[in-house]
Design a protein around this ligand. Sequence first.
Ligand SMILES: [Zn+2]
Length: 278
Amino acid sequence: MQKDQLFTRRRMLLAGAAALGAAGTAGVVVASGGGEETHSAVPVAGPQARQALKPSAFRLQPFAADAPPRAAPRKLKARHEPILRISGRGRHMMLTFDDGPHPEYTPHILDTLAEYDVRAMFFVCGEMVVENKKLVARMADEGHVVGNHTWTHPLLTTLSREEIRGEMERTSDAIVNAYGERPQWFRAPYGAWNRAAFQLGAEMGMEPMAWTVDTTDWMTPGTDTIVDRVENGAAPGVVVLSHDAGGDRSQSVRAIRRYLPYLLESGYHLTVPPRRMS
Ligand SMILES: [Zn+2]
């Protein structure tokens, strides 16, 4: 697993270098890769701003008033690179937590986010969702954005297209069931993306979200190291990767209690993409 992670981090560094060349476009998107559309999806801070943003400002497809919330996902154009950072005016950052939800750690992270009135993204695994549906419902209630992180957290690059489809579809269905909305974002386990993952994600109406700063909390390096990683990596547009499951995450739980007030005091707005509203 560590080898995969290190392999992936190298890939991400390379991808990051490529994407930097395309920086400066408006919107959530920085991914380049030829012929890709640019979405003018400026992330917003806080619930008020989220309400103020019309759905059409974010999603390309209008949402029919009579469409049921479980309508088939609208298709997107497949990317060649994941999204690595957010953009938009101001000091925006985004916190993301992967692999959960976990009954022991996720509630503490949700408590801290609630204490500071901050929204985050959670990339959940289907097999964790079905065991912890109430936590996923709580994420929905508290305004967080839930993304698809596959069912069993496999290395997608070792799977067939149909296996990848199954991992992703089942997870989206479990998220709809527990969260009430179809996920619009997905993240490949270990950050190991391939063409099939991009294409299938687009078919299912999901954009690929990677990250800018890896807290390395998956290596349990100590709370101080995790806090340092976030605080030293803080910059406008940064997407932070942390984990609320997949091992002992008590360091991650303690770390957010320290870095979150620091980021807010430093003038950062912690944002998430707007959720689709009917
Ligand atoms: Zn993961």
